[in-house]
Design a binder for this molecule. Structure first.
Ligand code: ATP
Ligand code: MG
Length: 572
């Protein structure tokens, strides 16, 4: 599937920057020329990536690719108590799986904000020395109370006018470990009366006696996200720093900070700019890390990689493909106002990607026995069908027809409803790739349940032979030989939530769970499916797209996940 770039406001900005030469002529620390467009994907390693992150990944790496630039992979790892190496590993794996790479021209552009701790510290010292920051020693309660509100200005801290030398001394002693968590904090000195709360002397450094997954116990003070992020961008020569709309109010501080540091000579080239776009919201999906964690912790799903989860590890296991996810992110565009994308758009991208690729196969998911009474007990007749109906060069599949077959239970009705063309007494249907049969009746158990259907076949009606043209039937059903079929577990997945906006307006999303999001059946598959490899994808005819589960499948004993049905069953 090719991804055709669609114009959007970010592309317009980049085009304008290219035209004006805003980022032309920059060079790296070694004096080598830098690409004009440098973006970054900056996750915090505190959880698993999800569909929303995929949007950011596709956007940042995609722009870099389309403009011959570069996208840095950066971990925003300034919060030691929440971050772990395990998350770093799965995030890197997910980005690679989505089809992106931070290696370019033999260089790795994988960075960690924690690599900048020394520089960040020196910059904070610079700001303190020059009166742009101070150490505040108010209690957390006083600080919160003095911050004011949207309608009321904040109040200056009594420590705000502390001499720079005193603040610097305290900051150094904070670093040396002389104080407990929360005893002091470093704040930028901006404006406690600013209508923008983010400019009311935001915190830039705090004390946290905690072990960091990369720097160990070297530090007991850690820079705040809003301080670290712009500086990391500038140190990495990012040109376009793209984030979601909720950071719009942080941009004035971003610019304030980099402006003062540039004055101090820390940055000499064109500074990065922050641009905000509307986050991706998909109907029937929740993307809050906290809520996803609850689903896992409370056993509502079977782990982070449960195929119903919107995590990248979950989507991967479900059988969703990187090409379709990329296509989805491109198709849904980039805008400045929040909205919802319908899940059917995502599923449509999956079908589009899988339809030309997936080999066809037959699976009977809810088996009922069909007995062809005039078929000899010993006969085994070979049937063939194309691996893919539109690509004859991919060859043929073979499977035998015998006297007893498995068919779908709902392909038989003793008393047909209006417009039902499949098996009912007296009606003829074609057994796909096999013969035309006429239904003669059924067997029932004591409770009256149908346990087998009977029919007779027409020996001259075989598909692909001349005689077949003489039979005109409306129904066409699939089947597998009971003696040859491969029995396999098939997991029928569907949307995790039944409500398009499961957590909107503070609703309890657990009440919106779709009880039919997972059903496990013992199915019968055409015999060739015994060779299915983990992660191999198929179209089960009439049912949808399926993948051999990459964790639970064993050689010769595949287990299948339904990726998506052939048609949208959710449309109202
Ligand atoms: P947290 O609440 O932990 O900050 P987060 O979802 O913002 O969660 P990050 O690891 O900070 O997670 O996100 C990395 C990047 O992915 C950020 O640039 C963020 O803006 C972007 N991102 C996260 N969710 C979405 C979304 N739904 N749509 C688009 N981009 C997203
Ligand atoms: Mg975040």
């Amino acid at each position: 599937m090719s991804t055709v770039p669609v114009s959007n406001f970010l592309r317009n900005i980049i085009d304008a920057d290219l035209a004006s030469g805003a980022y032309a002529g920059r060079s790296d620390a070694a004096g080598l020329p830098l690409p004009t467009v440098i973006t970054r994907f900056p996750p915090e390693p505190n959880g698993y990536l999800h569909i929303g992150h995929a949007k950011s990944i596709c956007l940042n790496f995609g722009l870099a690719r389309d403009y011959g630039g570069r996208c840095n992979m950066r971990f925003d790892d300034t919060n030691p108590t929440k971050e772990e190496q395990e998350y770093v590993d799965t995030i890197l794996d997910s980005v690679r799986w989505l089809g992106f790479d931070w290696e370019q021209d033999g260089q790795s552009h994988l960075h960690y904000a924690s690599d900048y701790f020394d520089q960040l510290y020196l910059m904070a010292e610079y700001l303190i020395t020059n009166g742009h920051a101070y150490v505040d020693s108010q209690s957390a309660e006083d600080m919160a109370a003095n911050r004011g509100s949207f309608s009321e200005p904040g109040k200056d801290s009594p420590f705000r006018s502390r001499p720079a030398a005193e603040s610097l001394d305290l900051f150094r002693r904070m670093k040396a470990g002389e104080f407990a968590d929360g005893q002091h904090i470093v704040r930028a000195r901006i404006d406690m009366a600013s209508p923008n709360m983010n400019l009311r002397d935001p915190a830039i450094y705090r004390i946290r006696h905690a072990h960091h997954h990369r720097t160990g116990d070297t530090w007991c003070i850690y820079p705040m996200y809003d301080f670290t992020h712009p500086i990391s961008d500038a140190l990495e020569n990012i040109s376009h720093s793209i984030c979601t709309l909720e950071f719009q109010d942080h941009r004035p501080f971003y610019d304030w900070l980099l402006g003062h540091l540039a004055e101090g000579g820390f940055f000499t080239q064109a500074l990065p700019h922050q641009y905000e776009f509307a986050r991706l919201n998909v109907t029937y999906v929740i993307t809050s890390k906290r809520k996803l964690k609850q689903l896992v912790d409370e056993g509502i799903v079977d782990g982070w990689d449960d195929p119903r989860m919107p995590t990248i590890v979950g989507m991967r296991r479900r059988g969703f493909t990187p090409a379709a996810i990329q296509q989805f992110c491109e198709r849904t565009g980039v805008t400045k106002s929040d909205g919802w994308i319908d899940m059917s758009v995502f599923e449509g991208c999956q079908r589009e990607d899988l339809d030309p690729k997936a080999p066809r196969a037959i699976a009977v998911l809810r088996p009922l026995k069909l007995i062809i009474d005039n078929f000899s007990v010993d006969d085994v007749i070979d049937c063939t069908s194309p691996v893919h109906p539109h690509f004859p060069e991919r060859g043929l599949r073979n499977f035998p027809i015998t006297r007893e077959l498995w068919i779908e239970a709902d392909d038989f009705m003793e008393v047909p409803s209006k417009g039902y063309f499949r098996l009912f007494p007296g009606n003829k249907v074609r057994l796909r790739y096999g013969y035309v049969v006429e239904c003669t009746g059924c067997d029932k158990d004591e409770q009256g349940n149908v346990i087998a259907v009977h029919c007779t076949y027409f020996a001259d009606s075989k598909s692909g032979t001349e005689g077949s043209a003489n039979y005109k039937v409306k129904g066409n059903i699939h089947w597998v030989s009971t003696a040859h079929a491969l029995q396999a577990e098939v997991r029928l997945f569907d949307r995790l939530f039944a409500d398009p906006h499961p957590d909107a307006g503070g609703k309890d999303y657990k009440l919106a769970l779709n009880p039919n999001a997972k059903e496990v059946v013992q199915a019968y598959l055409e015999p060739g499916m015994v060779a299915a490899q983990a992660d191999e994808k198929f179209q089960f005819e009439r049912h949808g797209y399926f993948v051999a589960d990459c964790i639970d499948s064993q050689a010769g004993k595949p287990i299948f996940n339904r990726i998506v049905t052939l048609k949208d069953n959710w449309e109202k």
